[in-house]
Design a protein around this ligand. Structure first.
Ligand SMILES: Nc1nc2c(ncn2[C@@H]2O[C@H](COP(=O)(O)OP(=O)(O)O)[C@@H](O)[C@H]2O)c(=O)[nH]1
Ligand SMILES: [Mg+2]
Length: 458
């Protein structure tokens, strides 16, 4: 259910946690990813635009800096998504011993009958004495369907397969129904909300006087749920909606956000064909689950523990001033222990998604990293500041290799990785035509080295 939205959100939060600092470019990338995911989930473009503008405006507040900025952005993102789904959890107030009635409405095939039995099972499990009443007199098979579902969940069903007037069925069973705590009423749908349907619903509402009239909407219709909910709100007194088939569409985000727009509370969601595939809808918990982790506090903690802020600020300054040398690179390598991997390090460079970089370039094993550490320890200050002289003079290469128990090719590789990182960080990386099986070709290396050289005044 909404996997792609979930993973886009996760990525967004990870980017915030991992970024060395939050600048305009980082915010833009995060917002863009989020926009793409929301639109894919069929969330209305205007809503997406408004949300993006708010995030950008809030996030670019210059007064908030450093780690606070990350916390701030994490919170904004979280709250905006929550806002989109609706902040509150809405619950039906059903009391035992009170003969409560819930009537379900909806167009054809939206899930009324299935949901009738799901609701009945939900409350039956919680100790209510529940019955189902089948008032769909238009579809010949409707009564039979409810009968079967009732047998599955072991809940009494009141139907009349020959009666053509819905109200008569209710009247016929009224006395029996009065003995239950809760009656769930299935009604007939139509292709559209026409006058005939509205009249029928109104008459039933008047005579039965249900505690809740709930619209069932299938998530498949995405943001079109807005119009459907509005139409039913206008024509009949619905108290809220149940969204079905959350499991079988990518458009569920559209349906959820559209209902929130119309202020129609979403009481439950249907997540499969079986009676148990049914749950209350709690926006906060729903987001936590989408993200695959706890609540906002959990997210904030992640931001705080991700990296040593001081060291990141230093790295950023060194990168920006062009002074980033092999020693800084070594510092970063050391930090990898806390962060996890080389790819994570590259991810921390603002504006640089992992996607842009070929995997095997980043596939640096711990062992190699250890060798590099030793190699850097065997270098002179001059060599650390000007790695180019090592490449030029093979005697230096040999000496460092011998002193650190590495090979000259290890050292060449180290310098190459360092350059790539530095070059990428300076925004002039050119890896578009990179062929992972070949490594960097001469031309690409030259190009990077040239840019690198210009910037770095070797
Ligand atoms: N995957 C899935 N299918 C559902 C869900 N709810 C209902 N359905 C299916 O949707 C179809 C129409 O449901 P039904 O209850 O007959 O709709 P009605 O015409 O409004 O009464 C049936 O095949 C149901 O099994 C759900 O939450 N998930
Ligand atoms: Mg039905």
């Amino acid at each position: 259910m909404l996997e792609s939205l979930g993973s886009a959100l996760k990525k967004g939060f990870d980017k915030i946690a991992g970024a060395i600092f939050i600048d305009k470019k980082t915010i833009e990338i995060i917002v863009k990813d989020l926009q793409r995911a929301l639109i894919q989930a069929d969330v209305n473009v205007h809503l997406v635009k408004e949300l993006s503008d708010r995030i950008k405006k809030e996030a670019e507040d210059e007064k908030i800096k450093g780690i606070e900025k990350k916390e701030h952005l994490t919170k904004i993102l979280h709250d905006e998504i929550l806002n989109l789904l609706g902040k509150e959890k809405h619950e039906l107030k059903i009391e035992k011993g009170k003969n409560n009635k819930i009537m379900l409405l909806g167009l054809y095939g939206q899930g009324k009958t299935t949901t009738t039995s799901k609701l009945a099972a939900y409350y039956s499990k919680r100790g209510f004495k529940v019955a189902m009443l089948g008032l769909d007199v238009h579809r010949p098979a409707a009564a039979h369907q409810l009968e079967q579902l009732g047998a599955q969940v072991k809940i009494p069903v009141f139907i009349d397969k020959t009666e053509k007037k819905a109200l008569n069925i209710y009247k016929k069973y009224k006395k029996d129904l009065d003995k239950f705590d809760l009656i769930i009423i299935d009604t007939a749908g139509r292709h559209d909300l026409d006058k005939e349907l509205v009249d029928e619903i109104k008459q039933l509402e008047k005579e039965i006087n249900p505690d809740y009239v709930i619209l069932t909407i299938s998530a498949d219709i995405g943001q079109a749920a807005k119009n459907q909910a509005l139409k039913f709100q206008e024509a009949c007194n619905i108290n809220g909606v149940i969204i079905t088939r959350m499991d079988s569409t990518a458009k569920a985000g559209g349906a959820l956000t559209a209902c929130n727009e119309t202020k129609a509370p979403v009481f439950f969601i249907g997540t499969g064909e079986k009676a148990n595939d049914f749950e209350t809808f709690n926006p906060e918990a729903f987001i936590s689950r989408l993200l695959g982790l706890g609540d906002l506090d959990g997210l904030l903690e992640k931001v705080q523990s991700a990296i040593d802020e001081k060291s990141q600020t230093k790295t950023k300054e060194r990168l920006e001033s062009g002074e980033f040398n092999l020693r800084d690179f070594q510092e970063q390598i050391k930090q990898m222990g806390n962060i996890g991997s080389f790819s994570k390090l590259v991810e921390m460079i603002p504006g640089l998604g992992k996607t842009k970089i070929p995997d095997n370039l980043l596939n640096t094993q711990e062992e190699k990293v250890k060798k590099w550490q030793h190699a850097i320890d065997s270098m002179t200050k001059e060599e650390i500041n000007n790695p180019e002289i090592i490449e030029k003079q093979t005697t230096r290469l040999g000496r460092i290799a011998k002193g650190s128990g590495t090979t000259t090719s290890d050292i060449r590789q180290l310098i190459k990785q360092y350059r790539i990182l530095k070059d990428l960080a300076s925004g002039s990386g050119d890896l578009e035509n990179f062929d992972p099986s070949q490594g960097l070709n001469q031309k690409q290396m030259q190009k990077i080295a040239k840019k690198f050289g210009k910037k770095m005044k070797f």
